[in-house]
Design a protein around this ligand. Sequence first.
Ligand code: MTE
Ligand code: MO
Length: 366
Amino acid sequence: VKPLPAEWFVPHGTNAEMRWDALRDTDGGTGIGRHIPVERFFVRNHTSTPLIDPDTWRLKLFGTGLSGAPTADRPVEFSLADLRSLPAARISALMECAGNARSYFLTQQHQAVPGTPWTLGGVGSASWRGVRLADVLREAGLAPGAVDLLPTGLDPSYVVGGTDYGPVRRPLPLAKALEDVLLAYEMNGEPLTPDHGAPARLVVPGWVGIASIKWLGSIEVADGPLYSPWNTDFYRMFGPDYPPGGGVPLTDQVAKSAFELAAGAVLEAGSTHRLHGRSWSGAAAVRRVEVSSDGGRTWRRAELRDEPRAHNWTRWTFDWRPERPGPYELRARTTDRRGNTQPRTAVFNREGYLFGAVVAHPVTVV
Ligand code: MTE
Ligand code: MO
């Protein structure tokens, strides 16, 4: 493993991973449902969580893609009460960091990458309630020539290695915004908490988490393409297997699977263990899940416990009866309805995004 350049070790914001091994610790082990309670939900911040007064907060829209082309200093404004007076919509969807599972580039593939060293806990599912971004845009006066948006957060500017990149903001194509993006003000039936973007955030189903801008302050709507470091420098694939200038800005998440089990769990030989896990894919609903306990030589089907749905995970179980004591590696892999399957290895990229390879989960049988 080559050492990383010192300037890659930069101070990061608040990041908290969801613990997969703790998902079965409720109600006598019945486990947590499809949605992850807010206090267990992962948090990923570039800087720090701002505390915003919901009464004085305004969402500001401006740009050449709105009729009359309002400017940033004379924007179309919505208060939280304005948004709550529009028709409410609810979606059940995953939020997942583009860097989720990044640490396995190093531990499974011996490839050093910078960034938050997530295991598999940079993901969660919630019930989100708010208004369709499409409705807000129409209300603001969407012009026929509009093509791109720039949602911008109210959190402090992102400063790393002496460069000030400004507030966290990432272009979102109008087509996706009109398709299924939610401007959410509630998570699991409660107002958003500060860490998850209060008073309002975007939820962009199926896409990498960075698209779902928290603490939304403004949206520029333009009649041409928009740029920010979040679609030019970050959240694109750079590396030997990608074009010299980098790949396209990341959109869909890749397929992944995880066990609701501690790494290094100790299990008894000669008895049947019901293993629990979840699988998901940004591109489509899960079609099947398979588990291997012999290093990936043979695979058996897991039993799906949720109706597979797009933009969400499916819980599954797998009954495993190890006969002989010793160290084992459990593996789970999924295939989605578009035929995307988890590969043995993930394609290296400089920032360690979209690690979708099968993860080896060590356990000891005694
Ligand atoms: N929005 C703003 N304004 N600032 C941020 O740092 N982080 C993004 C996204 N939205 C971020 C943001 C990233 S990288 C992810 S993965 C998700 O928020 C995480 O959402 P969560 O903290 O609610 O789980
Ligand atoms: Mo992220």
